[in-house]
Design a protein. Sequence first.
Length: 297
Amino acid sequence: MILEKAGKICDGLYSIGHPSFPAFLIMSDPPVLFDSGLTISGPRYLKDLEKYLGNVDRLAYIFLTHSHYDHCGAIPFLKRNIKGLEIAASGLAADIFRKPKAIKLIQSLSRDYEKKFKKRIRNENIFFDSIDVDITVKDGDEFNPGDGWNIHVIATPGHTRDSVSYYIPKLKALIPGEATGVYNSNFDIQSEFSSSYNDYINSLEKLITLDVDILLLPHTHILTGVDARGHIQRSLESAKVFKKRIDVFLAQFNGNQKDTVKAIFKEDYEDTQAVRQDKRSFLINLAAKVKAVAEGK
C-alpha cells in the first residue's frame, strides 16, 4: 500500500508535520523522533508532539538521517522548546554542522520557504542558528531507548556522504532518508545519488537484504507490505537507468555538465511538471548527480 498521510501509521508509530516534510515518532520510553524537516515546520511538529505525547519534554532524542536543510531545519526550534532534547547523527553530519558555510547554505535554502510561508510563521522564532550533535552514530550501532524498542543504524552514503538509515525490527520499519528514491507526482522514482552513484548503489544493495514491512519515505509517501518490500529494488533499477541517461547526455554534449543539467532539467522538471521538489533544490541536487557520474564517483 502507498499512503500519503500524517498521524498514526500503526501502534507506536506516527508521522508528524505535513506529509511533504514529515518527521517520524516512535512511542518508545522515552519517545524518539526521526528527522526534523524545514524550519517553518517547527511549530507544527511541536503541536503534533503535544498531541501525541502530552508533555513535549518526554521527547528525548532526534535521530537525523543526514544534514540537508529539509531534514534538520526545525531542530534549533525544537531544542529551544523541549528540555533536555538530544540530537543523534553521523560523525560526518556533526562535522558539517560545524562549518559556517554549511550553516549559511541551510539558512539560505530555508529562507526560500520562510518568505513563501511568512504568514504561517507569525512571531515564532524558527531561526536556524546551529546544531550540536550530542550522540554520534555509525554503521552497526544499536540503540535501545526502552520498552522493547531497538534502533539499528545503517550507514547508507550516496545521497550525501553523511547519510544513515534506521531500521526498527519491532515494526520491520525502515527510515532511509533519501538512501532510496522518492516518488514524483506521476509515481516515477527520482534517484538521489547527489554525492556518489557508486555509494548509492552499494547502499541500496545493503538495504535490499532487510525484512521491511513499513518504508517511511522522507517526502510524502509511506509504503507498506509488498510496496515497501519492492521499492528498494525499484530504486536500484531506477538509479541505473538514470545514470545511463546522464551518460548519454554527457556524451552528446562532449562532457559538458552544465548542458547536461539543462537538458535533464527541461525533460524532468519543466516538461513533465511532476517533480515535487522546489526548483532551486532540484537544480542543486541534479548538478551534483551529474557531477558524480561525470567524475566516476
